[in-house]
Design a protein around this ligand. Structure first.
Ligand SMILES: [Zn+2]
Length: 222
């Protein structure tokens, strides 16, 4: 019993939240690596389940083929399986919850499974910086390679890999980016409030570089 309690103490069960362009996925991978816990990306879960043709994957595919959103309970089912599987020693959930309804459903699931959520990490980034990052994205129109003007030599107009033309996608224009950020803000503020009320929310300054952000998170978790 004592040993079980000790393991329970050692497990880190985390959620990571952040706007598009905050580098949430990158941070989730780095944090999982440092803590030796599983990175549960709901995007990856979905892709894997669909390609493996699991029961939940097939269900998800039906909705995707119709151009519909995959229902919360299907995603929750995938998360549930993973929590009982290789992630039982600790996890960081990335990509879920995005809405208050999802946050509440996840709480019920964790309660049912007697799993304790320890912290919710919010990567907080200045919206203007996000716009700058997201509008700086360039895509090669022949091989699809993705670049950012911030890391490209000045006046680069061609793909380093194939010499194709670098273009700005319609998704990455300032107007579209601001709309995406607004959708995120509207959907996620109630989620942030929800976790703030439970005292689990840790807000991290995400305006700096990748290394600094990871260090700040690790400090908060220590
Ligand atoms: Zn290319």
């Amino acid at each position: 019993m004592r040993i079980e309690e000790r393991f329970f103490q050692l497990a880190e069960n985390l959620i990571i939240l952040g706007p598009p362009g905050a580098g949430k996925g990158t941070q989730a991978v780095r944090i999982a690596d440092r803590l030796g816990i599983q990175h549960i990306s709901t995007g990856d879960l979905l892709r894997e389940a669909v390609s493996e043709g699991t029961e939940l994957g097939n269900k998800a595919e039906e909705f995707m083929n119709k151009g519909l959103l995959v229902p919360d309970e299907v995603i929750l089912g995938m998360i549930s399986d993973r929590l009982s599987g290789d992630a039982s020693g600790g996890w960081i959930l990335d990509g879920f919850p995005r809405t208050l309804a999802q946050a509440e459903a996840l709480s019920s699931l964790l309660e049912e499974k007697e799993i304790e959520l320890e912290k919710v990490i919010l990567i907080d980034v200045d919206p203007d910086l996000l716009v700058k990052r997201l509008t700086g994205r360039r895509v090669c129109d022949s091989c699809g390679a993705v670049y950012n003007v911030a890391t490209l030599p000045e006046d680069t107009k061609k793909c380093e890999k194939c010499g194709g033309k670098l273009i700005t996608r319609d998704d990455d224009t300032e107007e579209t980016v601001r709309q995406r950020l607004e959708v995120y803000r509207k959907q996620t503020s109630p989620v942030i409030d929800f976790y703030e009320e439970t005292g689990l929310l840790v807000s991290i300054d995400g305006n700096s570089g990748i290394e600094d952000i990871t260090s700040n998170v690790m400090e908060e978790l220590a």
